[in-house]
Design a protein around this ligand. Sequence first.
Ligand SMILES: Nc1ncnc2c1ncn2[C@@H]1O[C@H](COP(=O)(O)OP(=O)(O)O)[C@@H](O)[C@H]1O
Ligand SMILES: [Mg+2]
Length: 351
Amino acid sequence: MSGHNKNKKLYNLLGYIIFFITFAVIITISIAVFVAVNREFQGNSTALAIIMILTILFLAGVCTLIDYFRRKITIQNPVNKILDATERLAEGDFSVRLDTDHAYGKYNDYDLIMENINVVARELGKSEILKSDFISNVSHEIKTPIAIIQNYTTLLQSKHISEEERNGYAKIVLEASKRLNNLVTNILKLNKLENQSITTEWEKVNIVSVLEECIISFEDILEEKELELNVDIDDCEIISSKTYLELIFNNLISNAIKFTDNGGKISILSKATADGVEVSVSDTGCGISKDAGAHIFDKFYQGDTSHSGEGNGLGLSLVKKVIDVLGGTINVQSEVGVGSTFTIRLKGRNE
Ligand SMILES: Nc1ncnc2c1ncn2[C@@H]1O[C@H](COP(=O)(O)OP(=O)(O)O)[C@@H](O)[C@H]1O
Ligand SMILES: [Mg+2]
């Protein structure tokens, strides 16, 4: 920026010098003409006045002409370019890019405006792509449960099904509607976090009780999958948000359970750190490949397609957003076929 400011000052200085020289030249010419004419028409003041007026009119005309071209080149041309570009932007054409009139480093104010327009257009173009990706992802995620609901409610209308089949179909419909509900809830949460239209309720949170509550809610599925659970939690309290911590732990634990085969092991460790808390959730599940690892925090990304029906790929992106809001970090260590460990570090936030 300082480079641009320096150039701007030089550019302005040049303008003043040119104006000064033009002004000085005109006055000098006028005086020279006056002296010459005065010598020629000794005492004839009317002729002198007429010639002086004509000279001044001529010089003023020349100046106006010079100024017209100067304005056309230095002001009108870049302004027209900028106007065209902003009109195209306003119409939603984000492919617009402007070539600056001067090389980088020699920018004037107009070049800077053009560069800024290029940045705005590029960013708007990017968010347009993100938006359409988001819409196609959401539509895709919504379509499957809706198709299930339509098919099974049609089956439910049939008179020739047993009570057992009816209950089975109703259960499938219920599951699909739960999935839809879950999807919409997650999208709304993500949206709120991204727009920062949500205010964090800071409170004193006991890590032990939050983790215990979360673990208890998974008791049935842990038992069903015969998973061994190893818990070691330091007693610790931090200033944070209980709702957000629950969201983080629920997502990490549910992933650990989901991606671990029956009979595996899940460990939940937590220890107090100098300025907050560190919690890790480990499993002996399928693990995450390097390629998948680069995307697990992206919206709608699901690395393991065999479980795609049980989630929507929004869990970890929500976790990441929440951790950003709370002020912390999340790390993953994983080996395919061996297991994964998600470690989060949160600051305690001093009141
Ligand atoms: N504990 C884990 N073990 C193996 N893979 C995992 C684990 N946690 C997350 N993943 C991978 O990260 C992806 C994204 O996770 P997430 O955002 O929670 O979505 P979802 O659970 O809906 O698939 C998962 O689809 C999976 O491929
Ligand atoms: Mg998940």
